[in-house]
Design a binder for this molecule. Structure first.
Ligand SMILES: NC(=O)c1ccc[n+]([C@@H]2O[C@H](COP(=O)([O-])OP(=O)(O)OC[C@H]3O[C@@H](n4cnc5c(N)ncnc54)[C@H](OP(=O)(O)O)[C@@H]3O)[C@@H](O)[C@H]2O)c1
Length: 413
């Protein structure tokens, strides 16, 4: 539990009116109700938008409290943080709007989780505010959506199984996306374009983004070469063609930070990478090349002003995203293979029951916030954590019993 006492709320959802914030708010209302065991409120910059959201929830939502604050107004953010033990934030792109809230949480001892996937921003937050968070007791947990909970908790689960079966963790783990049925929202596209734009203008940042240990503590920068898929490749473990997976750039960093924060539980020589399965035979091979080309095109076009406007014309705008139908019909299936130092192999699987980026992300973020509010022991000190290193088995239970995720051991050999 948070070290803070005497707050009005357990949890405030800041950015409740964002595309994903609305999904999250609906989820919390349906799951936890109002005026029951969880004291929660919605927050955002616009009182009228918050009221409209509240009305849209229907019967019983009249008593849902609202907190109005602009992301750039530190005094309003402090008033919000003083009222709650945990803030869940969906106000992004975080590199543009997120820093004042992280600063305020770190200063006021308020636990915090979000959906950022912006590595360069996470690194800046850790460097700037970790001392403050340690002093105040604030536990800060970035990346609590599709990036990076299924990867981070997926590796945690695989290593739990490996330790139970082989008595040792796997030194090498690979994650392969078998199915990811869903669409991007405007907010996510805006965040990805912002990273591409910043990286094009800054060679130091490009180098930083290429470093798999960029958000690990300085004493955990392993020399072990990390695999990194740059183009189409054949995978012998699963007998399929692979293409690069766009979220791998953040997920791999979070998994390495989790290893570091658990005293190298997965080993000092641990390697990890992610890729997308595109199928077998000629069709799989062509799809792998097509995806590689399309990804390269998106990032190149987003990086430079003359072509950026073309991309902006065709991608969803902030506030737009998949329809309720598409969220409901969405689904994902991730496969993991791990190998121990002495050659034993384990395969596991993680699935989610809605589209990865929104339907499932809203539920995962909500449960990460609830876990922060109710599960974390007082001996977990303040600082910048990852989902698995701070919330481990408690989050696992919430994800599997409430948020529609499954974790399965497939085979060992
Ligand atoms: N990790 C993942 O798996 C994952 C998945 C989905 C989304 N995301 C990330 O989550 C973030 C939200 O995505 P989205 O699609 O829901 O975005 P969105 O619909 O564009 O929402 C952005 C939100 O930020 C709020 N906002 C902007 N400026 C603000 C300010 N100055 N003060 C207070 N609030 C402000 C907006 O408020 P108004 O409502 O008042 O306009 C809106 O609620 C993005 O950064 C996206 O990349 C990550």
């Amino acid at each position: 539990m948070s070290t803070k006492t005497d707050t009005t709320y357990d949890v405030v959802v800041f950015g409740a009116t964002s595309f994903v914030g609305q999904i999250l708010t609906n989820y919390l209302f349906a799951t936890y109700g109002i005026g029951k065991e969880v004291r929660w409120a919605i927050g955002g910059r616009s009182e009228s938008k918050l009221s409209t959201l509240k009305q849209s929830l229907g019967k019983g939502a009249g008593d849902l409290p609202m907190v109005v604050a602009d992301a750039s107004d530190e005094s309003a953010l402090k008033t919000m943080c003083d009222q709650t033990r945990v803030v869940i934030s969906t106000v992004g792109p975080y590199a543009l709007y997120g820093e004042p809230l992280v600063k305020t949480c770190a200063e006021t001892g308020t636990d915090y989780c979000d959906l950022t996937g912006e590595v360069q921003w996470i690194r800046k937050m850790v460097e700037t505010y970790e001392d403050k968070a340690k002093a105040s007791g604030a536990r800060i947990v970035h990346c609590c959506g599709f990036d990076s909970i299924p990867s981070d908790m997926g590796v945690w689960f695989l290593q739990e199984q490996a330790e139970a079966t082989f008595g040792a963790p796997c030194q090498d783990v690979r994650m392969r996306v078998k199915v990811a049925k869903g669409e991007f929202s405007g907010g996510t596209v805006a965040s990805m374009m912002n990273v591409a734009k910043e990286a094009a203008a800054d060679p130091k940042l490009r180098k930083e983004l290429a470093n798999p240990f960029s958000i690990c503590p300085p004493d955990h920068r392993s020399k072990t070469r990390q695999p990194s898929l740059k183009g189409a490749e054949y995978d012998r473990d699963f007998d399929v063609w692979l293409a690069p997976f766009v979220m791998g750039a953040i997920n791999t960093r979070i998994v390495h930070r989790s290893n570091a924060l658990q005293n190298a539980r997965y080993g000092k020589e641990f390697t990890y990478d992610e890729a997308m399965m595109t199928g077998r035979g000629v069709k799989g091979r062509l799809a792998a090349y097509a995806i590689t080309g399309a990804l390269g095109g998106f990032f190149t076009a987003s990086a430079f002003k003359p072509s950026r406007w073309v991309v902006e014309k065709f991608v969803p705008k902030p506030g737009e995203g998949p329809s309720p139908e598409a969220q409901k019909n969405g689904f994902y299936d991730l496969r993991f293979v791990g190998k121990t130092a002495d050659g034993k192999t384990i395969k596991t699987k993680v699935t989610g029951d809605r589209d990865p980026g929104y339907g499932s992300t809203g539920k995962m973020l909500g449960e990460a916030g609830m876990s922060l509010a109710f599960d974390v022991e007082g001996d977990k000190q303040g600082g910048f954590w990852t989902p698995s290193s701070l919330l481990d088995g408690k989050l696992f239970d919430r994800l599997t019993t409430k948020a529609g995720l499954t974790f399965e051991l497939l085979e060992t050999s």
